[in-house]
Structure formats: C-alpha cells, structure tokens
Design a protein around this ligand. Structure first.
Ligand SMILES: Cc1cc2nc3c(=O)[nH]c(=O)nc-3n(C[C@H](O)[C@H](O)[C@H](O)COP(=O)(O)OP(=O)(O)OC[C@H]3O[C@@H](n4cnc5c(N)ncnc54)[C@H](O)[C@@H]3O)c2cc1C
Length: 465
C-alpha cells in the first residue's frame, strides 16, 4: 500500500505514456498533453491515402522495453521486421553498402571495407593502422571525434561514424559525448583497450536491430494511453507548478476553454528538457540551468509518394535507403525507401513508392530556414543524384521537428547526475524523457517506467511507521 493516490504526468509522448502505463492500477493518473493528440515524436499521418510515420518509424529490438510495451498493450501481432538490408552510405558519389558487423559505423573488420569505396585508399590504410599500443585509459568524457580520430583516423569518422550518428541523434561527432552517445565504446576507452580488436571479439547480435509497427509507430502511444486507463487531457499545456502546504503539487494549465488547475500527490515531467527547465525555474534554479543547457537539434522529415509505374523507379537501387555524411555537403542526411523497407507499406499501396528523406543536423539549422517547397526541391535534387531520375512525387509532406532531438554533448552524464541530485530534493517530482539516458523509443520507455517507479517508491518511503 502506498500513499500516492494521484499523479499528473506532463507530456503525452512515449516517455510520459510509459510512466502512465507503469502506474496503472497503482495510482490515479492524469496525462496533460499540449498537442491535439498524444504521441510526441511518434506521429502517423496519411499521405496519398496511406499511413506514413512522420516522426520515429521503428523501435530498437536490441533492448526489450519498447517491444515489450507494444506487446503488453496489444500490438504484438503488428510488430514487423524491416526487409533485411545493409546500412548504405551515399558518399564519394555513389551508394555504398557498409559491411556487416559495425558498431555505429565503426567497422569490426576493417579489411571488409576494401573494395567498397567508402574510404579512400589513404583513409582505409589509416583505419587499418590503429595504433597497437592501447591509449592511456580515458578518465574523463571526450567528444566522439576526439577519441575516434586518434584510433581510426578522421576520414573513417567523417564517412562511417558521422552518418550513423546523424541518423540517430542528428548530432555531430565533434560535439557528442563518447560516454553518453557510445557507452560501449567509452568502456573500451576507459579500460585502455585497443578499439578494433575489442570490437572484433564481440558477439554480433542476431536478427533485426529494429522493428516496425504495421500501420505506423504512431499506433503505440494511442494504444498505451488507452490501455493505461489514465485520464488524458489533450490540448492542455502545463504553464506552472506550485507546491502545496500538504506536500502535493498544483499544476496550472492552459486549455482552449481557459485555465485549468489540477492538484496531485506527484508530478512527472515527461517533456523536452527546455520545457521541464521552464516549469522548474522557480523551484530549482540550478536544475533549471542544467536542463536549459541541454542543446537540441532541429530536423525535418519529407515524406513523398511516387507513382510506381513512372520511368526511373524500376531502377531504384536495392536496400532500404541511405545515410549521408555531412562532409559531402548534401541537403539530405538520410533517405528511407519505405515501400522496400516495410512490407506493410508496400502492401497498403502497391501502386505507389513511398520514400522519406530527412534534413537537418545540429549546426544545420540554416538548411531548415527555407519554405517547404524549397526544402522538397533541394531534397529531390539530392535524391535524383543518389538514385537516378525519380520524377515528381504525386504527394509530399514536410514535417518539421523544431528542437526535436536532444544532443548528448561532452559532460552529459555529469550533467544528468547534477539534475538527478537537484530533482531528488523536490519531493513528489520526477523527470523523464529523451533528454536523459537515450533518445530512442526503447530508452524513453525505460526512463518513463523508472520515473513512475521512483514516484511509487517515494510514496512508500513517505508512509509513516
Ligand atoms: C524525426 C525523428 C525521427 C526519429 N526516429 C526514431 C526512430 O525511428 N526510432 C527511435 O527509437 N527513435 C526515434 N526518434 C527519437 C524518439 O522518437 C524520441 O526521442 C522520443 O519519441 C521522445 O519521446 P518523449 O516522450 O521523451 O518526448 P516527446 O515525444 O517530445 O513528447 C513530449 C510531449 O510533451 C508535450 N509537451 C511539451 N511541453 C508540454 C507542456 N508544457 N504541457 C503539456 N505537454 C507538453 C509535447 O507536445 C510532446 O507530445 C526520432 C525522433 C525524431 C525527431
């Protein structure tokens, strides 16, 4: 038996909904979501009559949290594997598949790169010549590029690792933290082991790294919200928090119908760091500063539907799409051939070829300062060069994710420790979300569940005697 009877979750993205799910049957939960629908970065729309994901399009299958949640809320039968295909990089003017067995672009077998053209001869020679002598064990966090350039050479970082990290974080290796964005590699560095030899000895995971949801990943938040039994108030933006004399929290919210005041025993902030910072400013100025200092990258997802019978499409290359290193100076950072990658999308619209392109990494905000039609034109120009003449789309949509992805820059882990300490001093308040311990859906589910468990534990600890 706990003393927590009511919890307000602010933010109806997958993190907040995972918290609501964890609290089901154990607390009365209200979720406040400022948008008209729950889901946050998980949003499925319709293009040319077909469901398409406008944000996240797959969940990590190498860790269990997201897949288990999908199964628990009744979506197990809709989980689906992508068509098997290697990661392909569009670089040095060609689409070049990456040999299997890499860790975020770091090859475990550099010799397998020979003949792929991914690197110049000099770049490949440098990669294969990782200094034998293990470096001094790393004692503090560094930028990924700072560590990797010394190990495998700058060209391998630019053309192999950078496109992968651009895909996951929309981030740059010169700024992202080795410890937070590549914890496994950081472990090797901290033990002072040689990098490539250590990766070579690792067991390779079997099966697909990611899974999709038939009908779109946007089904996941809707199903979790429903199954959690939580009261979900969409179109409701939390504006301020106020602790009450009895140790509860009051939330001042704004809705289309006017202000709304809600009180609960505990509050979970499941919003981006900048939004949590604003709400915590009066109560924990130091936490506010730390949260406000977490940078974000903006991106745009361009979804396009082409008629399949159009000349040129028959010549589309194999594979599920490609990633692009920033060093090549293109507009698109990635493209996904949705109709090849996901069987359910091909089946839903056999007459169409669905494709999505992403634009925008940290430091590329200028690319997004253009109207939608210019952005589409620039993306089509790149696609034309990468895959051949693909003509004009029948339908297209640009979805902008302003400050969509938090950047785990050098020192992120230490920052998290300071945030955790500051938040722990606020009884009945927790934070969770993509800003903390992983931007992927599975990691977000894990932080939401953990925040909910801390709320329940805090309540238990507060029960006298
Ligand atoms: C374009 C893109 C593609 C991605 N692709 C993948 C992928 O394929 N696989 C993967 O695993 N991950 C992917 N990610 C990352 C992943 O989708 C996100 O990190 C994750 O969904 C974030 O969930 P969240 O709940 O922490 O935050 P959010 O999804 O941002 O949810 C927070 C919610 O809080 C609401 N909110 C904010 N302020 C307030 C307030 N004051 N009051 C009330 N509500 C508020 C927002 O409207 C939002 O709905 C992608 C991200 C982006 C941007």
């Amino acid at each position: 038996m706990t003393s927590t009877r009511s919890v307000i979750v602010i933010g109806g993205g997958v993190s907040g909904l995972a918290a609501a799910w964890e609290l089901r049957d154990r607390a009365e939960v209200t979720v406040l979501e400022s948008d008209a629908k729950v889901g946050g970065k998980l949003r499925t729309g319709t293009l040319a009559g077909v469901a398409v994901d406008e944000g996240a399009e797959s969940v990590m299958a190498l860790r269990p949290e997201a897949v288990e949640l999908a199964e628990a809320v009744g979506l197990g039968r809709t989980l689906t594997d992508p068509a098997p295909a290697p990661v392909t990089v569009w670089t040095r003017d060609a689409l070049r598949p990456m040999p299997a067995g890499h860790v975020l672009g770091i090859p475990s077998d550099p010799a397998a790169l020979a003949g792929t053209g991914l690197l110049s001869d000099a770049g490949l020679a440098r990669l294969c010549a990782e200094p034998d002598r293990p470096p001094t064990p790393l004692t503090e966090d560094v930028a990924i590029a700072a560590y990797l350039s010394e190990r495998i050479g700058r060209e391998a970082v630019d053309r192999l690792v950078e496109p992968l990290l651009g895909g996951v974080y929309a981030g740059r290796t010169d700024e992202l933290s080795l410890r937070s964005a590549m914890p496994g590699v950081a472990g090797i560095a901290e033990r002072g082991e040689p990098l490539l030899a250590s990766l070579r000895g690792r067991p390779r995971p079997r099966g697909s790294f990611v899974r999709g949801i038939e009908g779109g990943t946007g089904r996941l938040p809707l199903a979790v919200a429903r199954a959690s039994g939580a009261r979900v108030l969409t179109g409701t933006t939390a504006r301020a928090l106020e602790p009450t004399a009895s140790g509860a929290w009051r939330v001042h919210a704004a809705t289309a119908d006017g202000p709304l005041l809600l009180t609960a025993d505990a509050v979970i902030l499941a919003v981006p760091a900048f939004a949590a910072a604003a709400l915590l400013r009066p109560h924990a100025p130091a936490v506010h500063r730390e949260l406000a200092a977490i940078p974000y990258a903006s991106t745009a997802v361009l979804t396009m539907a082409f008629p399949r019978d159009r000349a040129g499409l028959g010549a589309l290359p194999d594979g599920n799409g490609f990633l692009v290193p920033p060093v090549d100076g293109r507009t698109v950072k990635a493209a996904t051939f949705l109709s090849t990658k996901w069987g359910w999308q091909a089946a839903a619209a056999p007459h169409l070829f669905l494709l999505r392109a992403s634009v925008g990494r940290a430091g590329e905000e200028h690319l997004l300062d253009r109207p939608d039609r210019h952005l589409l034109r620039a993306a089509l120009h790149d696609l034309h060069h990468a895959v051949g003449p693909i003509g004009e789309p029948l339908a297209a949509r640009v979805t902008r994710w302003d400050r969509g992805l938090p950047q785990y820059t050098v020192g992120h882990a230490a920052r998290l420790a300071r945030i955790a300490e500051g938040v722990a001093a606020l009884a009945g308040l927790e934070v969770c979300g993509a800003a903390y311990e992983g931007v992927g859906i599975a990691a977000c589910v894990a932080t939401g569940s953990a925040a909910a468990r801390r709320v329940l534990e805090g309540a238990r600890a507060a029960v006298p005697g």
